[in-house]
Design a protein around this ligand. Structure first.
Ligand code: GLU
Length: 284
């Protein structure tokens, strides 16, 4: 098995120091393993993705000295694969249409008989309002959100190997992490009303399509990984090894976000920083 990893930015804002760390670390780990380093543009969220952000991120990555071992994969070119996976899950009765708004979900989850509202990796755990509301027969519905019926789909736990900063800290050891899915995650959205698919569905299908053996990404995505391991199980895809790395924080300890323009790579470039400066700043 040849080591293959990827950097998977969304073109929804400028790349910042946290992205630089993620991309450089994945690249360095691939080179150290004699493996492949790939790029994927995660542009399925058409309302937020912009061609100008994509152009900027490609320019920043080239400036960081990064090159990939295959042409970049663009999620907007992969819609037929997402359709096929949704069809397969629909045919097995594992997904159902959901017409709830955010306000409906908040109201249902805070109803007195529900106890304290529970939060999962995607926000409030879905209270199940639409689970039995619509028939799951005929053709897969279009133009509506589709949720995974977690109770029908999930084994009690899923496991994956973690070599980075999991909940147990930066051990470097390979942990077999087990996550409880049914109560802690709930019926997640696998296709959105406003665009086909979802982050979880596309990331899993694309990692398999690109032959990714090691997913190297920030700790902020750790809680999404049990969902990804479940989808790999349901769709009969291999589960890569995961390495969730430390996050780059600002001076007040806050995790950097796309809105932190002051820490955008472009801002450092404009101020005359070199690649060596960036590597030092992120601790590489
Ligand atoms: N596109 C995601 C982001 O920009 C990263 C997804 C991943 O690495 O799995 O945060």
């Amino acid at each position: 098995m040849t080591f293959a990893t990827r950097f998977a930015p969304s073109p929804t804002g400028p790349l910042h120091l946290g992205h630089a760390y993620s991309a450089l670390l994945a690249h360095d780990m691939a080179r150290a393993a004699g493996g492949r380093f790939l790029l994927r543009i995660e542009d399925i969220d058409t309302a937020r993705s912009r061609p100008e952000w994509e152009a900027q991120l490609l320019d920043d990555l080239a400036w960081l000295g990064l090159a990939w071992d295959a042409p970049p994969l663009r999620q907007s070119d992969r819609l037929s694969a997402y359709e096929a996976a949704l069809d397969a899950l629909w045919d097995r009765g594992l997904i159902y249409p959901c017409t709830c708004t955010r306000a409906d979900i908040a109201a249902a989850a805070s109803a007195p008989q529900e106890g304290a509202p529970l939060h999962g990796p995607d926000g409030l755990i879905y209270p199940g309002t639409c689970r039995k509301r619509h028939p799951r027969t005929g053709k897969r519905p279009r133009g509506t959100a589709l949720r995974l019926d977690m109770a029908a789909a999930a084994p009690a736990t899923v496991g994956f190997f973690e070599t980075g900063a999991g909940p147990l800290g930066d051990t470097g050891a390979q942990l077999h992490y087990h996550a409880d899915l049914r109560d802690r995650i709930g019926d997640i959205v696998l296709s959105r009303r406003d665009f086909l698919g979802s982050y979880h569905l596309s990331v899993v299908l694309d990692d398999a399509h690109q032959g990714i053996t090691h997913v190297i990404r920030g700790r902020d995505l750790f809680d999404a990984t049990p969902i990804h391991a479940l989808l790999q199980h349901l769709l009969d895809l291999p589960t890569p090894i995961y390495h969730h790395h430390r996050l780059i924080r600002d001076d007040t300890g806050r995790r950097l976000a796309k809105r932190d323009d002051a820490r955008a790579i472009t801002a450092y470039r404009d101020a005359g920083a070199t690649l060596a400066d960036i590597r030092r700043m992120v601790g590489l």
